[in-house]
Design a protein around this ligand. Structure first.
Ligand code: DU
Ligand code: SF4
Length: 231
């Protein structure tokens, strides 16, 4: 199958009962500021071209962000910070991602997440993470011919991604690389290909409002990633 087919297929997934009911309840009740809008309320597919050489891996859709708009990191404060930085380093065609049909393009970059449905309190259970991981595994398989660099936003994504890559024939260094802002790890496959993993603090308000992650720090990681990906 193709990446477009995978994106279509994931939107129909109902494998996690708790997340299905949460994402749909949020979409039904809405937030006052968005009460006139139709919420997406379904699993959110990855966003970006199928021949991406750079991938960004977050955590899961936000209840009133991607769960509302249907596009990763779109419609919330985390996304504002992320898309601004992507535009600043030349990886996105516009500084803001407003809705899934605003025409924004990503250049050589794919944004995805280990869990595709908005979880209560942004906390998927380990079982939900494991149930969702085949979607991420399949996405990485399909991107494999062009993928060179992954920016992992936060420790959750780092922990979720390593086993997926290991199961996909990427040799993870030992001891297992630890997440941190600025963490780097190079994975190799049996055919000599290399995949560079870069850690970056998550763009959550908890990190950006407190200055733990500044726009400059984010631009710096994305700029390095872009260069390493040959973009
Ligand atoms: O069908 P398509 O134009 O390749 O777009 C698939 C998907 O990826 C769509 O959501 C736009 C996005 N995308 C992008 O952001 N940047 C590209 O260069 C190509 C596609
Ligand atoms: Fe399906 Fe993943 Fe959503 Fe669970 S989190 S229902 S596996 S798309």
């Amino acid at each position: 199958s193709t990446l477009a087919e995978l994106d279509e297929a994931v939107t129909g997934c109902r494998a996690c009962p708790r997340l299905v009911s949460w994402r749909e309840r949020v979409a039904e009740e809405k937030r006052a500021a968005f009460r006139t809008q139709e919420y997406w309320g379904r699993p959110v597919p990855g966003f970006g071209p199928s021949d991406a050489s750079l991938a960004l891996v977050g955590l899961a859709p936000a209840a009133h962000g991607a769960n509302r708009t249907g596009r990763m990191f779109t419609g919330d404060r985390s996304g504002e910070v992320l898309y601004r930085a992507l535009f600043d380093v030349g990886l996105a065609s516009a500084p803001r991602s407003e809705s899934a049909d605003d025409g924004l393009r990503l250049y050589g970059t794919r944004i995805t997440a280990p869990v595709r449905c908005a979880p209560p309190a942004n906390k998927p259970t380990p079982a939900e993470r494991d149930t969702c991981s085949p979607w991420l595994a399949r996405e990485f398989e399909l991107l494999r011919p062009t993928l060179r660099v992954v920016v992992v936003l936060g420790g959750y994504g780092w922990q979720a991604l390593l086993p997926v890559l290991a199961a996909g024939d990427w040799e993870v260094p030992r001891p297992k690389p630890r997440f941190g802002h600025g963490a780097r790890a190079t994975l190799r496959d049996p055919w000599g290909a290399e995949l560079l993993l870069l850690g970056c603090y998550h763009v959550s308000q908890q990190n950006t409002f407190t200055g733990r992650l500044t726009p400059e720090m984010l631009r710096d990681v994305l700029g390095r990633a872009k260069e390493a990906a040959g973009l």
